[in-house]
Design a binder for this molecule. Structure first.
Ligand code: ADP
Length: 583
């Protein structure tokens, strides 16, 4: 705050000094002037008195007692009277004993009077213990033997008068100085107070309080400054608001976008990264910001790409498979930013893992369909050719071949039908008829139908349902199809002597049905994929299935707002579970 005081004192100090100097000079001058004027008046008066005395003196003759005459005039003139001879001898004296007095020839006023006819002098008189004004006049010849008449007036009274006057002057001067200083302070304060307020407001604005405003009190420069400042703050607030909105939007976009965005400065230090980037690169944003991009990347191809962009200062893009054990497939684009405000690099990381997987699935799907259809088509072609080549003539052969052709056609029809069914469920074109159905109804039919097959394969198949199961919301025909598929698989993948058990369990809001077998089980690598269409574990390649059964089951269960999953230990058996809601 010191500089406000400084501004105020910068204004007041020169004023105060000026006022003190002028007033003091004036006081000194006045005091001196009054003294001079006073003394001059006195001098004139005493001289006039002396001239009157000179006029009267010839009327006395030498025999007269000059002391008595002096005392007489002393009464009249109220001043000490001394008569002095031409040689300086005191001839008459009003106030003192002449015998004790020395020769007066060399008194200043006497000398002046002898020289010029008139003289005056102010001296300190030891006897009177005060300054005394002496005025001497050389008298006309007729007044002999007296040559010089002198009047002496003690200045004590005059001095007192002058002192009084000086006191008045001093008091007036002090009052004037006091008033002037007070005024100077007042004006300085009035002038600087808006500036102080403005400064306080500027400090509030600087501290972030943009609502700070000041009412302009004057129309002068400070008032204009205040107005300008208000406008500026308003603009600032608007801009900051706009920026904040913009930033909030940007943050929302960055936070929710699926692509990773990383901003790196020219030194290679990460300035910002969004949650997607942190998730893709498997880092926490707190540790990532401030570390170098190379440390963040942890992958040689990503680092290479980054270095290349630094070197060439051109956009670099590459598809990179991250091997952090998560099999991520990334598209990375690094662009140098040349904006002067924020030079650096913008890194965009797109996670293409899902897209690539979908692409793989699509490719696999087409190749699977072709593959599944090629085999029966090839055998059909072979059968037809053999028939044409003469087998048609042999009734036994003909019948065998035709049976074979029928089986192949059934298999193909099954594939096509299952595919159609799948796409119907997927595209929601097949309506579901949901109604509360006892679990018993869903399980008993398929188990009964599959029992002969199980027995043929040397397996036991049982259903063990608790008595108190609630009914479930289900399209019975479809769920029976799921059951059939699961049982079919269980029979297919369980060697003779095994056991297949269907069970069910009540859970919160749903019933979980399980089909458990003691078969070959499923390899851990296959587990996540068996619900994909056409997926068959290697060992099942020759089993004659289409690989569509579980895909259809999954779609049906999901359409029921249920879930389907599997637990399996290779070589020990598998259990397939699916849940159905009770409401
Ligand atoms: P498929 O028509 O070939 O049976 P699915 O979609 O029904 O097709 O099954 C896909 C794959 O899941 C099968 O090829 C098999 O490898 C595996 N699988 C399904 N059920 C079982 C099971 N109970 N035991 C072992 N493997 C199974």
């Amino acid at each position: 705050m010191w500089h406000y005081r400084s501004t105020r004192s910068r204004i007041t100090t020169p004023f105060v000094i000026l006022i003190i100097v002028v007033t003091t000079a004036l006081a000194l001058y006045l005091s001196h002037y009054f003294r001079q004027a006073y003394l001059e008046t006195l001098d004139t008066r005493l001289l006039a008195d002396l001239r009157v005395l000179e006029d009267q003196l010839p009327a006395y003759d030498a025999a007269d007692d000059l002391d008595a005459i002096a005392r007489h005039y002393r009464e009249l003139l109220d001043a000490r009277v001394t008569f002095i001879a031409a040689d300086g001898t005191v001839l008459g004296e009003s106030d003192y004993d002449r015998a004790t007095m020395d020769n007066h020839l060399y008194r200043t006023e006497v000398q002046q009077a002898l020289d010029q006819g008139y003289g005056n002098s102010i001296r300190y008189s030891v006897t009177a213990r005060t300054d005394v004004m002496y005025v001497a006049l050389a008298l006309k010849e007729t007044a002999a033997p007296v040559r010089i008449a002198r009047l002496g007036l003690p200045l004590a009274e005059v001095q007192a008068e002058l002192t009084r006057l000086n006191r008045v002057i001093l008091t007036t001067a002090l009052v004037a100085i006091g008033l002037a200083v007070a005024l100077a302070f007042f004006i300085a304060d009035r002038t600087t107070s808006p500036v102080r307020q403005l400064t306080a407001m500027a400090q509030r604005v600087a501290a972030g309080d943009l609502s700070a405003r000041l009412l302009p009190t004057t129309e002068d420069e400070v008032g204009q400054l205040t107005r300008a400042f208000n406008v500026m703050t308003e603009k600032l607030q608007e801009q900051i608001n706009a920026l904040t909105t913009e930033q909030t939007r940007l943050n929302a976009i960055l936070d929710h976008m699926a692509d990773g965005v990383i901003i790196v400065d020219t030194e290679g230090v990460v300035q910002m990264l969004n949650p997607a980037a942190a998730q893709i690169l498997d880092v926490t944003p707190e540790t990532a910001v401030g570390s170098t991009f190379s440390a963040l990347a942890r992958h040689h191809r990503l680092i290479e790409l980054w270095l290349r962009c630094q070197r060439t200062q051109e956009e670099q893009r590459d598809a990179i498979e991250l091997d952090h054990g998560r099999g991520l497939f990334l598209q990375v684009i690094i662009t140098p930013q040349r904006t002067p405000a924020t030079p650096g690099y913008l890194v965009i990381v797109q996670d293409l893992t899902r897209i690539r997987r979908l692409e793989t699935i699509r490719r696999d799907f087409i190749s699977n369909v072709s593959h599944e259809l090629r085999t029966p088509l090839a055998s059909l072609t072979a059968l037809v050719e053999t028939l044409q080549d003469g087998a048609v003539e042999d009734p036994v052969m003909r019948q065998r071949f035709l049976d074979h052709i029928e089986r192949e056609l059934t298999a193909m029809t099954q594939i096509v039908e299952e595919l159609l069914e799948l796409s119907r469920i997927e595209s929601n074109r097949a309506p579901f008829f949901m109604q509360l159905t006892p679990v018993e109804t869903l399980v008993a039919g398929p188990v009964e139908r599959m029992l002969p097959q199980a027995e043929r394969a040397g397996l036991t198949l049982t259903a063990e349902l608790p008595a108190d199961l609630p009914p479930v919301m289900a399209d019975a025909e479809r769920i029976q199809r799921v059951m059939t598929n699961l049982l079919h698989n269980a029979i297919k993948f369980t060697p003779a002597g095994g056991r297949i058990v269907v069970s069910a369990q009540r859970e919160a809001g749903k019933v979980v049905i399980a089909v458990s077998d003691t078969g070959v089980g499923i390899a851990e690598d296959d587990l996540p994929r068996i619900f994909e269409r056409f997926y068959k574990a290697d060992r099942a390649r020759s089993s004659g299935g289409t690989g569509l059964g579980l895909a259809i089951a999954k779609h049906i269960v999901q359409a029921h707002r249920g879930q389907i999953w599997v637990k399996s230990v290779e070589g020990r058996g598998s259990t397939f579970y699916f849940s159905l809601p009770t409401t």
